[in-house]
Design a binder for this molecule. Structure first.
Ligand code: CTP
Length: 403
């Protein structure tokens, strides 16, 4: 995979992280990419255009109100002008403009004019990032096919601790590379993925559930789709929107997930079960709200079907991957599940470890295979864990094709 000869436009907006965009330019230029930098006015308060001009060896574009601005925009946004628009760092203000379609400066105008893939790497204070307005804007852009990378979690310039740091330069380069030189090694495969928790109703207002956010399964769906697979995502209730280009089937209970998976199983050549399925459901959910009584309440729970086990028995030529979230005795328990459910791979994580728990942006996993292999991965963003799992699936497919 080579980036040599590719052309990108790098938009830099007014965040303290603008200085990190300098590293980004260096990384791309070293890889043989032509980088045309566009700076907003506030970005120029943080880094001088000359820095970018020197490193990119190209004039930096800053001003919409020049005589040749229109010609420049047309040239840069044209299909042969650039292969990708990357905005890093992207401030809350820039993200809002892109989401709303405002075009009051060069970068926002370019954003509207471009027909090429777009990657945004947000960077801002945690409170700003968490604000519903920013979240809604990001969601809107994501739904339109914009790839959002990061932000990373850590200490911010303000001293706050939380999400808002610009993603690692390596991660941004990787995201751009995936769009510039897509690896289509899952072409021809149909990947069925489950994600999120299930909800088992007690009555019309209450339910039993698990602490899963769905992030791991959604990252897998995005990765599988990017690598050329037709991707079907069966998702329990999550706050996430399905990745662009993925068929998403929303379910609530384990029984519904069971039906959805079995309905689509015949099409699938790969099944990855990242969902945290509730093992039990309430035997008789009440039709109306349970009222408080001055006595203990006993719920009768009945087992839910083990969806993955059933998939394992109907495996055929399929590649089947399971997950095991444990709080101790990780390898032994995961290995037992790998064998009992006839899996090719199991992705095990100890959810009591820092950064590996439900809802976090990162994961710390061990991948066990049916040949006895044990691969420990370092703490990584979930998207990178997903890439690794898909690499293993591709490896298994190549192996199966050889024998
Ligand atoms: N799984 C499933 N259906 C269930 C329970 C689990 O498909 N009813 C799948 C999960 O999606 C996961 C794997 O089985 O890929 C392991 O789930 P886990 O909850 O760790 O294991 P269980 O088999 O439920 O065993 P235990 O709860 O005793 O750890």
């Amino acid at each position: 995979m080579t980036l040599q000869g590719k052309k990108i436009v790098l938009g830099v907006t007014g965040s303290i992280a603008a200085y990190k965009a300098v590293e980004l330019v260096r990384a791309f230029v070293t890889a043989g990419v032509s980088v045309r930098v566009v700076m907003t006015e506030s970005a120029q308060q943080f880094v001088a255009p000359l820095t970018f001009a020197t490193l990119s060896r190209q004039e930096v574009m800053t001003d919409l109100f020049t005589l040749d601005a229109e010609a420049k925009i047309r040239h840069v946004a044209a299909p042969d002008g650039a292969d990708l628009l990357l905005v890093a760092p992207a401030t809350a203000n820039a993200i809002a403009k892109f989401a709303q379609g405002l075009a009051d400066d060069l970068l926002s105008t370019l954003f509207l004019a471009t027909t090429q893939p777009v990657v945004l790497a947000p960077a801002m204070d945690t409170d700003m990032y968490r604000h519903l307005a920013v979240q809604e804007n990001l969601e809107r852009l994501r739904n339109r096919g914009v790839r959002i990378v990061g932000p990373a979690t850590g200490e911010l310039a303000s001293g706050l601790l939380g999400p808002g740091r610009l993603a690692d330069i390596g991660e941004i380069v990787q995201a751009a590379t995936e769009l510039l030189c897509p690896t289509r090694d899952l072409r021809g495969e149909v990947v069925l993925i489950t994600a999120g928790p299930t909800r088992e109703p007690l009555d019309p207002v209450r339910y039993l559930s698990t602490r899963a956010s769905g992030k791991m399964g959604y990252a897998l769906a995005e990765e599988a789709m990017t690598r050329g697979a037709r991707t079907i995502l069966v998702s329990g209730p999550t706050a996430l929107s399905s990745p662009h280009g993925v068929e998403c089937i929303r379910v609530e209970t384990a029984l519904q997930m069971h039906t959805a998976v079995l309905d689509r199983l015949a099409e699938a050549t790969v099944v990855i079960k990242a969902a945290a399925v509730s093992d039990y459901r309430v035997a008789q959910p009440a039709d109306s709200k349970l009222t408080k009584r001055d006595a203990p309440l006993t719920l009768e729970l009945v087992p839910n079907p083990d969806i993955l086990k059933e998939v394992g028995t109907k495996k055929g030529e399929r590649i089947v991957v399971g997950f095991a979230a444990e709080t101790g005795d990780l390898i032994r328990r995961a290995h037992r599940k790998l064998t009992a459910k006839r899996l090719d791979l199991i992705v095990a994580n100890d959810v009591s470890q820092e950064g590996a728990g439900f809802g976090s942006e990162t994961n710390l996993v061990v991948i066990l295979d049916s040949g006895g292999g044990v691969e420990e991965l370092p703490l990584l963003p979930k998207r990178q864990v997903a890439r690794h799992i898909i690499d293993r699936v591709v490896g298994l497919r190549q192996h199966k094709d050889r024998v």
